[in-house]
Write a protein that binds this ligand. Structure first.
Ligand code: CDP
Length: 212
């Protein structure tokens, strides 16, 4: 069973994907980490994020060990990731890795922006998670201040809006719900309620096959 979970920054898709994967006993890939790692490696090589050649090379050289870096979730990398994510050569270089992950026996859960539309158009279940920009900014603000970052709510809201625009507006695999995706608005849902709704939808779609 392949479960595709897409949605904008801080919509709760990562937390949801992790819990859904644990519930159904499936491996989980947070595909945002791939784009974050590419951005990190381009900057480490002293290149510009817009440098398509450098970014494509970084994407081709990405190994599983390069995702094991707590700094990938930190400060500014999400924004940088959305810059390299616009480059078609980067997306092409990361395609096979993601599709191979999804093709594991038994299936997998992948979360990102284009899983239901481009990476796994035949996924058994597609969920598109949304929430208002203000609620998403509030969640990210709490998450990052808890990690000790000195940051304002306004700057996070601005980053979220900028990233939404970039992710939806790009020509290569823009973020959008697949036609057959289940829309899950978490603006007024806590993690537990979002999880229960998602499990309900998955179970409805795949029936007993979805049970662990
Ligand atoms: O956790 P958050 O939603 O803030 O970010 P993320 O999922 O780690 O993604 C970071 C950035 O990578 C996004 O803003 C996208 O531009 C890009 N990305 C993408 O283009 N396609 C994906 N499948 C996943 C992430």
């Amino acid at each position: 069973m392949i479960i595709a979970i897409d949605g904008p920054a801080a919509s709760g898709k990562g937390t949801l994907a992790k819990r859904v994967a644990a519930h159904f006993g499936l491996p989980w890939l947070d595909t945002g980490l791939l784009y974050r790692a590419v951005a990190r490696d381009v900057l480490k090589a002293g290149k510009r994020l817009e440098d398509a050649e450098a970014a494509a090379a970084a994407a081709q050289n990405l190994g599983p060990e390069s995702l094991d870096d707590p700094k990938l979730r930190g400060n500014g990398i999400g924004d940088a990731a959305s810059v390299v994510g616009k480059i078609p050569e980067v997306r092409a270089a990361l395609l096979k890795l993601q599709q191979d992950f999804a093709a594991q026996p038994g299936g997998a859960v992948l979360d990102g922006r284009d899983i239901g539309t481009v990476i796994c158009p035949n996924a058994d279940v597609k969920i598109f998670v949304t929430a208002s920009p203000e609620i998403r900014a509030k969640r990210r603000f709490l998450e990052r201040t808890a990690r000790g970052e000195a940051i304002t709510y306004e700057s996070i809201l601005e980053e979220i809006r900028r990233r939404d625009e970039r992710d939806m507006g790009r020509a290569a695999a823009p973020m959008r719900p697949a036609a057959d995706a289940f829309l899950l608005d978490t603006t007024n849902l806590d993690i537990e309620a979002a999880f229960n709704t998602a499990v309900g939808e998955i179970t409805r779609k795949v029936g007993q096959r979805g049970r662990p």
